[in-house]
Design a protein around this ligand. Structure first.
Ligand SMILES: [Zn+2]
Length: 412
């Protein structure tokens, strides 16, 4: 062997190595573009990444080889279009999934979620939520493990959504007020233990349910394209909020930002568990709505479902209509304060708040406009959340994130 490198092959080696490195660095951004629907074709991918066609082609081929996306090299040409259509890019139908879990005041739900925020399979569990988080999380993980066995899919990791602020970096559920869990329960550690015990591969994560809903809506739903996205939503009980800035959740210094449920909207209102009075949490959640409508909440279905049913089936009942308007006014007052402070470019509403918006959009928009400085000048778009089970989809996003950051490192 000669010690002297052939200058031609050395040059070629450098070029192909450089291309490989550049290509590897582009795998994550490319996957995120396909995942969020922003690169439906190879031509768009090439333009979005700012790379050559050859690099984009190699990147797409690598993601396809990892089983993450499907490249359709022979898509049907659009009617009237000229020339050869660009290769279509889609998330793989049979690719890996993330295990998503959600615990709420009335039970839990497990799901398998593929790329693109697609729910592949889901199963609810309705039960009185046990005071021991390990029991509940064991049940929801077992339900998810059963779905994995049924579908035979590869699992990239697991994410959990809880109706509580989750303190970082330890992953503690600080105020699971509507569950019987102890305050400060180490939910991330417990969830990770249950995931490992069930033989499920990959890392495990946990976060607040409305934060996760906002993340999912920003990537796949009504929040797409917003730069300063404010999400306000009710779960089964209480009210939560989240802010997505330039695609990232605003967490605050220790994960506890956007506790919008404790904005006071009715100084004479009912006492709140936070020590204040008349907070959104107790004035604009499903229990507050049912109470305002003079309904005795029954045990048969969740308070959220009873509220939906009431608005859908009995809106002509004056008591229901008055209660709806009262909650819209309280919610609007809270949103007006948030608009002044945060200056969002879009607001999305979930849970009961979405149903209130659907029932009387003009009233809600008028309250926000009349009660806020920035609401008056042109107004902030207020839209309903667009995804089913957005907290679950968001929980899956946590588990997908390492793959989105480095597909080859996570799966190769
Ligand atoms: Zn409060």
């Amino acid at each position: 062997m000669s010690g002297k490198a052939d200058p031609r092959t050395a040059g070629e080696g450098t070029t192909s190595r450089t291309r490989l490195e550049r290509g590897r660095g582009a795998l994550g951004p490319a996957l995120e573009l396909v995942h969020t629907g922003r690169a439906p074709t190879r031509a768009v991918l090439t333009a979005e990444l700012g790379v050559t066609r050859a690099t984009a082609g190699a990147v797409a081929a690598e993601l396809e080889a990892l089983g993450l996306i499907r490249v359709d090299a022979r898509p049907g040409a659009a009617a009237g279009s000229q020339g050869r259509p660009s290769h279509r890019l889609e998330v793989a139908d049979d690719g890996p999934v993330a295990l998503a879990a959600q615990v709420h005041a009335d039970g839990f739900r497990a799901a398998l979620v593929g790329l693109g925020g697609r729910i592949v399979a889901t199963a609810p569990g309705c039960e009185v939520v046990d005071a021991d988080p390990a029991k509940v999380l064991g049940s929801v993980v077992e339900t998810g493990a059963e779905l994995l066995r049924e579908t035979g899919r590869r699992c990239v990791g697991a994410g959990l959504a809880v109706p509580s602020a989750v303190a970082e970096p330890e992953g503690l559920a600080l105020n699971p007020l509507h569950l019987a869990w102890p305050a400060g329960a180490p939910v991330r550690r417990i969830f990770a233990e249950q995931v490992r015990a069930a033989g499920i591969e990959g890392p495990a994560f946990a976060a607040n349910d409305v934060n996760l809903a906002a993340l999912a809506e920003h990537r796949h739903g009504a929040g797409r394209g917003a730069r300063d996205l404010l999400c306000v939503a009710t779960g089964h009980r209480g009210v939560g909020g989240a802010l997505v800035l330039d695609g990232r959740l605003h967490m605050g210094s220790s994960g506890l930002a956007l506790e919008v449920g404790h904005l006071a909207v009715n100084p004479e209102g009912r006492p709140c568990h936070c020590g204040s009075r008349g907070c959104l949490d107790v004035e604009a959640d499903p229990l507050a709505f049912l109470t305002a409508a003079g309904r005795e909440p029954g045990p048969e279905v969740s308070l959220l479902q009873q509220s939906y049913d009431l608005i859908r089936d009995h809106y002509t009942d004056p008591a229901v209509r008055t209660a709806t308007e009262a909650l819209i006014d309280r919610l609007g007052l809270g949103l007006a304060g948030l608009v002044n402070i945060l200056n969002p470019d879009r607001i999305i509403l979930g849970g009961l708040h979405r149903a209130l918006l659907d029932a009387d959009p003009e009233r809600l928009r008028a309250v926000v406009a009349d009660r806020s400085l920035w609401g008056q000048s042109g107004g902030v778009p207020i839209l309903p959340c667009g995804l089913d089970h957005n907290s679950l989809v968001g929980a899956a996003e946590l588990a997908w994130q390492p793959v989105l950051d480095d597909p080859l490192g996570a799966l190769g």
